[in-house]
Design a protein around this ligand. Structure first.
Ligand code: ADP
Ligand code: MG
Length: 633
């Protein structure tokens, strides 16, 4: 008899995904439940300082010390990768450190410290960043890492790609695949897995110092083509357009006003680097605040009782940055024109927002209206490239096939309603694209903000479902409970991206959120959730029924109670007593159900509610008649 010999299981070497950015770099890893960014603060500034003692400082500490050590702090090394001094002439004015011609016609950085002068290649500088990311991954994953997928801009030529590989090798990382940044972003949104139709995808990447627009054509795998295929139809951009420009515009505004108010020329009158550094910090923080709020305030103490104070409104900010956004759109126009000459290049099916600067709302709205489609913003725009790199890495290592993408909705989607129940708008197994609309109102008088909690799962109560995100509809004028008319719409597009929008019809207030529902879901999890819903089906249904009964009865009691107080003298004795008893009974049901839902029989509860509703018909007539008398219109 022969027995199958058990093979020792080969530990799979994890492959990490790296976004090696001009401004910021990130490392991510894709496990069974999706991509996770590694490190407490996953964003590592792409800045390296060469210290006199031969050591280096990488990341936030290096960036924050840039003003203090201008000649030894190197940022934006990515601009020099695989280029000659001639290639980078236009960049030199922005770099602030010395770049010279090195061997083989390549750009080198000249660093002078007390220990002397050193020529350093851009690959070495990038290697310091990569090594720091590798160490970060090793401590997060608690294992040695030697392989990575690294992203580069779609327009990088062979020399620039080779330089990126070399940087990896210097850092002790084998770069198993170089992936285009826009392709990685599309992978993170799940566009590269599943699906059968070819698609054209625009990736709008506005970072710290560069703007790239790429138009990709995705051809899904089929019988003749075993893998999904991304082709770059066109690229355009501006190598000196990014969030840094906005910081400069704001600093300029502050300096001009400080000059007008106090006659101080910050550059001239002995104001040191630290003041200018502080101004830049203020500018960045104002900019970030205005991505979330309608105004931001600055207060700068200039000494000698001179305080510069200012509130910047979103309108003012948007006016300031409009020409800047328009420069990005001009590049989009070129990319679209180039793509049009190619098959599939005449329509855009998806628009993905990438890069920290796309958090600026004006950038999103202007890009959306330029392309005529709702941009994808559901994933964090400064993490999406690293997430995609990690997905590519896990596909290469054979550990996963990427996120779950199906042409049906794998789990139901809904929102939280009163009492912690879930109102399902889209049921599982619905084919995408799909849309559902449902009407709601409020439970409390004078509610001016309505919170919407988006849930996924098959169970009936919020606590048993997965919350995908929350958003708030703010600034509704106070109205009695039940009066606001809230229309909630769920729309899942052909790529599985969920857009939830809420409109309060009386006030016209709107709010919306975008979510990737399948992000972080595995097929096993979907199965488990489905199983659990069967096990708990009956109990869940009762709980949901009771939550609804509590909510509806509370509203009924409130209204009937008010009218009863007003008109009880007009009712005959028998009806008055009857109503009083029935209100008390229903109140008791609510109380008991609130303290322990399982102690209440939903049928009896329902009967008590119906009984009160029937008994109150006469009261309703009286109150309507009275209101007509008061208000003859
Ligand atoms: P890169 O790809 O060039 O390395 P990132 O995509 O990380 O850069 O983008 C960095 C830029 O994004 C910076 O200019 C930063 O100020 C900007 N940024 C980050 N968060 C926000 C925000 N909330 N609002 C506006 N700009 C932001
Ligand atoms: Mg980037």
């Amino acid at each position: 008899m022969i027995e199958k010999q058990t093979q020792p299981i080969q530990p799979i070497q994890p492959i990490i995904g790296i976004d090696l950015g001009t401004t910021n770099s990130l490392v991510a890893f894709n496990d069974a439940s999706g991509s996770v960014l590694l490190g407490d603060d996953p964003i590592v500034p792409s800045v390296v300082r060469f210290n006199p003692d031969g050591t280096t400082t990488v990341g936030t500490a290096a960036r924050d010390g840039a003003i203090e050590f201008p000649l030894t702090t190197i940022h934006s090394a990515k601009r020099l990768m695989g280029r000659s001094l001639d290639d980078v002439q236009a960049d030199l004015q922005y770099l602030g450190y010395q770049v010279v011609q090195g061997d083989h016609n390549t750009a080198r950085v000249l660093i002078s410290t007390d220990a002397g002068e050193r020529l350093i290649s851009p690959q070495e500088i990038s290697a310091h960043i990569l090594r720091s990311l590798k160490e970060r991954a090793e401590s997060s994953l608690d294992t040695q890492i030697t392989k990575a997928v690294v992203t580069v801009p779609a327009y990088f030529d062979d020399a620039q790609r080779q330089a990126t590989r070399d940087a990896g090798r210097l850092a002790g990382l084998e770069v198993v695949r170089i992936v285009n940044e826009p392709t990685a972003a599309a992978l993170a949104y799940g566009l590269g897995t599943g699906g059968t139709q070819p698609k054209t995808i625009a990736v709008f990447d506005l970072g710290g110092g560069t703007f790239d627009i790429s138009i990709l054509r995705l051809t899904p795998s089929d019988d003749t083509n075993p893998v999904d295929f991304f082709q770059v139809l066109s690229t355009a951009g501006d190598t000196h357009l990014g969030g840094d420009d906005v910081d400069h515009m704001l600093v300029q505004l502050f300096m001009n006003e400080i000059n007008e108010q106090f006659g101080i020329h910050i550059k001239g009158q002995g104001f040191d680097a630290s003041t200018r550094n502080a101004l830049a910090q203020f500018a960045r923080s104002v900019k970030h605040t205005l991505s979330e709020n309608d105004s931001a305030s600055v207060r700068i103490d200039l000494g000698n009782d001179r305080v510069y104070e200012r509130i910047i409104t979103i309108e003012e900010f948007e006016q300031l940055v409009t020409p800047w956004v328009d420069r990005a759109l001009a590049a989009c126009d070129r990319a679209i024109r180039d793509a049009k000459n190619q098959p599939g290049g005449d329509t855009i099916d998806a628009l993905i927002m990438v890069g920290g600067s796309t958090r600026i709302p004006l950038v999103q709205t202007k890009a959306g209206s330029f392309f005529g489609i709702e941009p994808y913003t559901a994933l964090d725009p400064d993490q999406v490239v690293a997430m995609g790199a990690a997905i590519q890495a896990s596909i290469l290592s054979g550990t996963t096939t990427g996120s779950l993408l199906l042409d049906v909705v794998p789990l139901s989607l809904g929102i939280e309603t009163a009492g912690g129940a879930v109102a399902k708008l889209i049921m599982r197994n619905t084919t995408v694209p799909t849309k559902a609309v449902e009407r709601f109102s409020t439970q409390v008088d004078g509610q001016v903000n309505i919170k919407l909690n988006i849930l996924q799962g098959e169970r009936e109560m919020v606590e048993d479902c997965r919350s995908l995100g929350e958003f708030e509809l703010r600034g509704i004028p106070p109205m009695p409970a039940g009066v606001p008319k809230l229309v909630v719409e769920f729309f899942i597009d052909a790529n599985g991206i969920l857009n939830v929008s809420a409109l309060e019809e009386r006030s016209g207030k709107r709010a919306s959120i975008q979510i990737v529902p399948n992000h972080g879901l595995t097929a096993e999890e979907v199965d488990r959730i489905e199983q659990e819903s069967f096990t708990h089906a009956r109990e869940d249904m009762t709980r949901h029924q009771i939550a609804d009964l509590i909510a509806n009865s509370t509203l009924d009691l409130k209204w009937i109670g008010e009218q009863f107080e007003k008109h009880k003298d007009e009712l005959d004795e028998e009806l008055r007593l009857d109503l009083d008893t029935k209100m008390t009974t229903l109140t008791q049901f609510i109380e008991s159900a609130k303290s322990d839902w399982s102690s209440v029989d939903p049928n009896e509860f329902h009967i008590a509610k119906e009984a009160l509703d029937h008994a109150s018909v006469r009261l309703q007539e009286i109150s309507i008649a009275a209101s007509l008398q008061h208000d003859p219109t």
